[in-house]
Design a protein around this ligand. Structure first.
Ligand code: FES
Length: 573
C-alpha cells in the first residue's frame, strides 16, 4: 500500500491537499485523515481519484426532496463508473411551504452553507442536488463563489394532479381554488377533495413556477445536463440523467472546468432569454442577479427588460399559459425551447457537458403532436417575454410585473391607492366589510421587502377583498415590495425598490393617493406633488430591526431586490 504522505501531486491531489485540517503539521494532518477515512474501506490510492461531493438537500420536512435517495444512488453509480469517488454530504434544505416566515430569508444562509462546505471539505468537484424553489439558486450562488467544478441536478417536477377531469397544478390551482372558496364558488367538501390531488407525487411544483424556472434556467446557464430539468420526478429517465450527471462531473473535474468558466455574462444572457421564452417566475430575476453577482457580473434590470422585449414567449405553460411540466417534457423541454429561439442565443458558450450550448441543442425539436405546448418563434404565444420592468417615482430602482400572467385590461391603469402598512395589517383588514375599496382601486402593501418583512415573502399576491370577490372581481392592480410565487398570476407589481423599510418612496403612499401604471411605457408613478412627498418623508422613521441572530445579520447586509437580495459581503467585488 502506498505511503500516505507521498501522495503524487495530481490535479486532484493538489486540490485536496489545500484542504487539510490545520494542526500546524501537514504530515500529521494527512496521517490522521487517512486513519479516519479507512473505516469506509477507501484507501490512499482511492483518494488519488477525483473525489466528488454530492450536495444533498434531502429532508423529511421538505416534501419536494423526499425522493432523493434513488437519485443520489444513480449519481454515485455514474461517478464510480467514470472512476471517481462519490461522497454525499448534507446541506440546508428549504421547503417552500414548511419554512417560516419564508424560504427567501434563508436562501443566502443555504448559499453560504453550500459555498463553505464545498470549500472546506476535500472535494475535487460537486453535484448540487436541489429542487424546491430556493435550493437551486442557493446552490448555484454557493458553487459560483467556491468555484470548484460543479453540476446542478434537480429532483424534477411532480406529476399532474386531477380533479373531476380537470388537470390540477401546484400551486397555481392552490391559489385559484382558494380564491374561489373565499368567493363562495367552491364548497368546503370540494376544497378538501381538491386539496388531496394538488400535490400528488414526489417532486417540485409542476407548473412553470420558481422551481421549474430555476431548473430550466440552469440548463441555459450551461450548468445542467440538457433536457434534465423537465423530466418528471418519478420517471425512470430522471435516474438515467442522474447517472449521466455522475459521469459528467468526473470528466468536468478532469478537464478542470469551473463554474466561472461556464457562467459567463453571455451564459446569463442565454438564461434571461430562456426565462422570457418559457414565461418563467419573477423570482428568477432576483436569483440570476444574485448568482451573477457572485462572479462579479452585473445584470441590471434594464437588461432583463431589453432582452424580454425581443424574446418571444413560446412555451405554453401555466401560469402564463395552459400546460404543465409533464407535457413540457414530452414536447422537448428546455432544449426544444432553446432551439426555437436559437437565433437569439450565444450558442458558442461552454457547458458542463464539455460541448457548447449549440452542440447540446442541435438535435432538439418539438414533435408535431406537441406544437401547442412549445410554439415556434414565428407563431409564439406572445411576441415578447413574460416579465416587464417598471420604473417611475414609486420605484426608482425598478419593479417587475409578470405581464403575461396579468389581465390585459389592467395593463394601463390609474386608480386610488388602498394602503396596508404591513403583512399583519393586510391580514387584519383585507376582508373587513367596512374596508373602503372598489374594484378599480390599487392595493398597496408596504414593509414586506427584504429588510422590512424581513426576508421578502411571497405576499405580493394580495388577496382580493372578500366583498369584491363576491361581486365577481377576480383581479386588481396590486403593488408591493415583496415577491410572489412563480405559480401565481394576476396584475401584480413586485420587488419595488428601494423598499419601504429603508425609506423607499413606497413608504410615502397613503390611502387615497392616485397611482398610474402603464406596462407598455414601463411607467409606475405616484401622482402626488413632490413637496408633499418631501413633507411626508420628514416624519418617517425606519422600523426597528430584530435584535439578534441570523435575521439581524440578514437585515444589516441584505441588498435590495434589483441587486439580487444577496448579502453585500458575498458579492465578488
Ligand atoms: Fe417545493 Fe413548490 S413547494 S417547489
Amino acid at each position: 500500500m502506498p505511503h500516505m504522505s507521498v501522495r503524487p501531486e495530481t490535479a486532484s491531489a493538489q486540490q485536496t491537499n489545500q484542504k487539510f485540517t490545520s494542526y500546524g503539521d501537514l504530515g500529521f494532518s494527512r496521517f490522521i485523515r487517512m486513519a479516519f477515512a479507512r473505516h469506509t474501506g477507501l484507501g490512499p490510492e482511492d483518494y488519488e481519484k477525483p473525489v466528488v461531493g454530492i450536495c444533498d438537500t434531502t429532508s423529511d420536512i421538505n416534501r419536494c426532496h423526499t425522493h432523493f435517495g434513488p437519485i443520489i444512488e444513480a449519481i454515485k453509480r455514474g461517478i464510480l463508473m467514470e472512476g471517481g469517488i462519490p461522497l454525499g454530504f448534507p446541506t440546508i434544505s428549504l421547503g417552500e411551504v414548511f419554512t417560516s416566515p419564508t424560504t427567501m430569508l434563508y436562501r443566502n444562509l443555504a448559499a453560504m452553507d453550500t459555498e463553505e462546505m464545498i470549500r472546506a471539505q476535500p472535494l475535487d468537484g460537486v453535484v448540487l442536488l436541489g429542487g424546491c424553489d430556493k435550493t437551486t439558486p442557493a446552490q448555484l450562488m454557493g458553487a459560483a463563489s467556491a468555484d470548484v467544478p460543479a453540476i446542478q441536478f434537480t429532483g424534477g417536477p411532480m406529476a399532474n394532479g386531477e380533479y373531476e377531469g380537470r388537470t390540477l397544478g401546484a400551486c397555481s390551482d392552490c391559489r385559484y381554488f382558494w380564491q374561489e372558496y373565499r368567493a363562495g364558488e367552491v364548497t368546503e367538501e370540494e376544497l378538501d377533495a381538491i386539496n388531496k390531488s394538488l400535490a400528488p407525487t414526489a417532486g417540485h411544483c409542476m407548473v412553470m413556477g420558481s422551481a421549474s424556472t430555476m431548473a430550466v434556467v440552469s440548463e441555459a446557464l450551461g450548468m445542467m445536463l440538457p433536457g434534465a430539468a423537465a423530466i418528471p420526478a418519478t420517471d425512470n429517465r430522471r435516474l438515467e440523467a442522474a447517472q449521466q450527471t455522475g459521469r459528467l462531473i468526473v470528466r468536468l473535474v478532469q478537464s478542470g472546468t469551473r463554474p466561472s468558466d461556464i457562467m459567463t455574462r453571455r451564459a446569463f444572457e442565454n438564461a434571461i432569454r430562456l426565462l422570457m421564452a418559457v414565461g418563467g417566475s419573477t423570482n428568477a430575476v432576483i436569483h440570476l442577479v444574485a448568482i451573477a453577482g457572485r462572479l462579479g457580473i452585473e445584470l441590471p434590470l434594464a437588461l432583463f427588460d431589453e432582452l424580454g422585449k425581443s424574446t418571444p414567449l413560446v412555451a405554453n405553460l401555466r401560469p402564463a399559459g395552459k400546460y404543465q411540466m409533464e407535457e413540457f417534457f414530452r414536447a422537448g423541454g428546455a432544449p426544444a425551447v432553446m432551439q426555437e429561439i436559437s437565433d437569439l442565443l450565444h450558442l458558442e458558450e461552454p457547458t458542463v457537458t464539455g460541448h457548447t450550448l449549440g452542440e447540446n441543442i442541435k438535435d432538439a425539436g418539438v414533435p408535431p403532436a406537441y406544437r401547442d405546448i412549445i410554439r415556434s418563434a414565428r407563431e409564439p404565444l406572445h411576441r415578447d417575454g413574460g416579465i416587464a420592468v417598471l420604473r417611475g417615482n414609486l420605484a426608482p430602482g425598478g419593479a417587475v410585473i409578470k405581464s403575461k400572467a396579468a389581465s390585459p385590461s389592467l395593463m394601463k391603469h390609474r386608480g386610488r391607492a388602498v394602503v396596508f402598512s404591513g403583512i399583519e395589517d393586510l391580514q387584519e383588514r383585507i376582508d373587513d366589510p367596512e374596508l373602503d375599496v372598489e374594484a378599480d382601486d390599487v392595493l398597496v402593501l408596504k414593509n414586506a421587502g427584504p429588510v422590512g418583512a424581513p426576508g421578502m415573502p411571497e405576499a405580493g399576491l394580495l388577496p382580493i377583498p372578500k366583498k369584491l370577490l363576491e361581486r365577481g372581481v377576480r383581479d386588481m392592480v396590486r403593488i408591493s415590495d415583496c415577491r410572489m410565487s412563480g405559480t401565481a398570476s394576476g396584475t401584480i407589481v413586485l420587488h419595488v425598490a428601494p423598499e419601504a423599510a429603508i425609506g423607499g418612496p413606497l413608504v410615502l403612499v397613503q390611502t387615497g393617493d392616485e397611482i398610474e401604471m402603464d406596462v407598455e411605457t414601463r411607467r409606475l408613478q405616484l401622482l402626488v406633488d413632490e413637496k408633499e412627498l418631501a413633507r411626508r418623508k420628514k416624519s418617517w422613521q425606519p422600523p426597528p430591526k430584530v435584535e439578534r441572530g441570523y435575521t439581524r445579520l440578514y437585515q444589516e447586509h441584505v441588498l435590495q431586490a434589483n441587486e439580487g437580495c444577496d448579502f453585500d459581503f458575498l458579492r465578488r467585488v
